[in-house]
Design a protein around this ligand. Structure first.
Ligand code: UD1
Length: 376
């Protein structure tokens, strides 16, 4: 059983679903029944349904339909609604991905469940995909979700070497940790050709000229009026140098309107605000972008794989390989540094970086091979 809830989960589970299907097609005696449970943390067509279609992700067997709420209410509702589902289905393995509220909520339920009766096991083996990442910033809700999910998981699938040190420091046994690569990059690789066939710039009414992509949605950047004002000023300064496409997350849209900051964008000729884009459209934009400005976790990794310079509007990253090896710059809130890097990129001196080890399109297969071995 795999759990998905929020947008970044879908591309990760897509790779694993495909690897399970390949495994079932290759080895008749290794049949794995795969159930996908959607918590409903994200529910809009553009934040959820569209991704299932584009990624050929099997429809979830169950949708818990929790929707948006405060952290406590959202997490508690997922737990309450997930408990009868796991008791009914009694999966041998529960896979959770990433660091969203759905990840910790379902892990916590599974770690204490008791199947009872004649079940093969008392509870599922819990596998955490993308384990061991640490920003060391406990003000981020995701950091709390990561630490707790890792502490409760039985198998930890990691994307980069920093995770080994992080997990060992927290007392997790080395034999539980498996360095498998990056399932999100698997999905990027398998969808690149399809994404390249689109002409997203034309469909957005833009000319074919160099452009940047912006995505900002972290509470630390968008939930206070002061901070969001500073962020919009950076975006304005960069937009004066290069046209920007800014697909806007519902949280950011809501706060721009709430703080009266939308007008600046509406009047700008060089910054195009769009609805959240589908996976293929967004990937197309990333592939051809001159630079990316973001506070997302996943986009730091996608730009590193694509060799596109990325400027991350955060003080820390849980994905240090994107800075030490990849094309990512951590700039915090330093306006001069941001503009200096933008100017370097525009004059052809942008960071290209290297692809981190095992980001080769086979992480899903490695995970499924390990799961089959454990089940046997
Ligand atoms: C969540 C994750 C974050 C991830 C992000 C990707 C947690 C703690 N955070 O943050 O790690 O980077 O998803 O998008 O799990 N909303 C809609 N439609 C939707 C979903 C959300 O309008 O389909 C709006 C609602 O107003 C909601 C707000 O967005 O209150 C925030 O959604 P929520 O799931 O609470 O957190 P995200 O900011 O999306």
């Amino acid at each position: 059983m795999s759990i998905v809830g929020a947008r970044p989960n879908f591309m990760k589970i897509a790779s694993i679903a495909r690897a399970i299907e390949d495994c079932n097609n290759t080895w008749a005696d290794r049949f794995i029944e795969h159930l996908i449970v959607h918590t409903g943390q994200h529910y809009d067509n553009r934040m959820s349904t569209l991704f299932f279609e584009e990624l050929d992700l099997p429809k979830p067997s169950i949708n818990l339909e929790v929707g948006s709420a405060s952290h406590a209410v959202q997490t508690a509702q997922i737990m309450e609604r997930f408990e009868p589902v796991i008791l009914e289905e009694q999966p041998d393995i529960l896979l959770v991905v990433g660091d969203v509220n759905s990840t910790i909520a379902c892990t916590l339920v599974a770690s204490k469940i008791q199947y009872g009766g004649t079940a093969r096991r008392t509870r599922p083996i819990i596998g955490h995909v993308e384990a061991g990442l640490r920003s060391f910033d406990r003000d981020m809700p995701e950091e709390i979700n990561r630490i707790l999910t890792d502490a409760l998981s039985d198998i930890l699938f990691i994307t980069e070497e920093s995770a080994i040190t992080n997990l060992k420091r927290e007392g997790i046994l080395r034999e539980k940790i498996h360095f498998v690569g990056n399932v999100m990059i698997d999905t990027l690789i398998s969808h690149t050709e399809k994404a390249k066939q689109l002409d997203v710039l034309a469909s957005l009414g833009l000319k074919h000229e160099p452009y940047g992509v912006v995505t900002i949605h972290r509470p630390s950047n968008v939930d206070s009026a002061d901070m969001l004002k500073v962020v919009t000023e950076y975006i304005g300064r960069i937009g004066a140098r290069i046209p920007l496409v800014f697909p806007i997350h519902p949280r950011t849209r809501f706060n721009l309107d709430r703080f009266g900051l939308s007008d600046g964008f509406a009047q700008s000729k060089s910054i195009l605000l769009t609805e959240p884009l589908g996976y293929l459209e967004f990937l197309n934009l990333l592939i051809h972008a001159t630079l990316v400005l973001t506070d997302s976790g996943g986009i730091q990794e996608e730009t590193t794989f694509l060799g596109v310079p990325c400027i991350t509007l955060r003080n820390n990253t849980e994905r240090p390989a994107t800075v030490s090896l990849g094309s990512n710059h951590l700039v915090g809130k330093n306006p001069d540094k941001i503009i200096q890097i933008v100017d370097d990129i525009l004059s052809g001196r942008g960071k290209k970086g290297k692809i981190p080890p095992l980001w080769d399109g086979n992480a899903g297969k490695r995970i499924v091979d390990i799961l089959v071995r454990i089940l046997k």
